[in-house]
Design a protein around this ligand. Sequence first.
Ligand code: SF4
Ligand code: SF4
Length: 437
Amino acid sequence: MQTNFSLVQLAEPQMAASEKILRTCVHCGFCTATCPTYLLLGDELDSPRGRIYLIKDMLENGKPATEQVVRHVDRCLSCLSCMTTCPSGVHYMHLVDHARAYIEETYKRPLTDRLLRNILAKVLPNRGLFRLALIAAWFGKPLRPLLAKVPVVGSRLAAMVALAPSHAPLRQAQGVASPATKSVRRVIVMEGCAQPVLQPSINAAARRVLARAGIERIDVRGEGCCGALVHHMGREHDAHAYAKRNIDAWIAEMDGRGLEAILITASGCGTTVKDYGYMFRNDPAYAQKAARVSAVAKDISEFVTSLDLPAAQQRRALKVAYHSACSMQHGQQIRDEPKRMLRHAGYNVVDVPEGHICCGSAGVYNILQPEIAGRLRARKVANIERMKPDVIATGNIGCITQISGGTEIPIAHSIELVDWAQGGPVPPSLAHSGFAR
Ligand code: SF4
Ligand code: SF4
């Protein structure tokens, strides 16, 4: 694609990076075939190619974002399916990240939109506030029809309340001791922000699987949200602050006792932590540290499949539909490892038709764009149910929350199922199913 940025514009590193990305696009349009919003809405401006044109025009002309650009960029899920499809290697993720930050700087959203986004940005990354919000949402569930009638933001408020779990999130993660043996293999299981509140059993299961394999797990003070939730809202400054806090905490551990890997059980977070190196590439104080962190960040499935795992204690002949989160398959290009891990644990794993299409979760997308997210969930659930599985497995808490709202089939994190097969407790979503016996 031909571009016309001025030399002054190109002196700005972020703009220079985006210009380079834009120039790799050859307008072929292959990406439109796998874009969920183009599939649903059929509008070129809701396809990757259309958005690339809009972003190019906005950046090149140095204009403040228009309502039209904001509408079509906001509708993008950042699912990155287009990156998997693109034959020219267009790094759409970095381009749309820049566009979102540019929109945040130059566009004044309506007041209600700003308020909702401010609340989400403050509450979601903070475990304490998020727990309180979920308890409030749980009590507010019966009021959902009333909330839906609130002018302008009603559908979003109703979507937010609908996503609250069916139980009040009062449980804390159970502690799991590291193995008594002196292991030379030392890892961190990243705690994150929303996941330990919504489903503390996921990281507890990961810790047990690691402990059985003789891996020493370290608790790190000071780490928290990876920054992905605010990053996807264009709040670059906040995202960088969260990322720096994690980098400082993890580098201290790497330089202290040493660390083989930072393991992540939410693929949405994994994509972001693996991108810290890019995020801070121009920051003299953090570039090297961020690159070191990204180099050892791994999805739990990548690490577990490299281990000599004990054989499954209980071979459960369950049919597991594996839903690959977009951040797993497109963001991190991890496809086989979670399925290998589940098969090793004795499950009969089947793929979901149209598996490359997003379920509509996408961070806070299902709150900010409830109509599109709802249609994508219905499509995903129909494809899953066609396979008639006993259970659904995935590697991202956002997908678990989104899909569980549309089906009665239990859904668990893949590592919970592996832990269960190794003799760990039954995953909470399966506790009341016939399979738990
Ligand atoms: S990230 Fe997903 S929704 Fe956005 S343009 Fe690419 S394929 Fe479409
Ligand atoms: S597939 Fe790649 S090169 Fe082709 S239009 Fe889409 S982004 Fe551009």
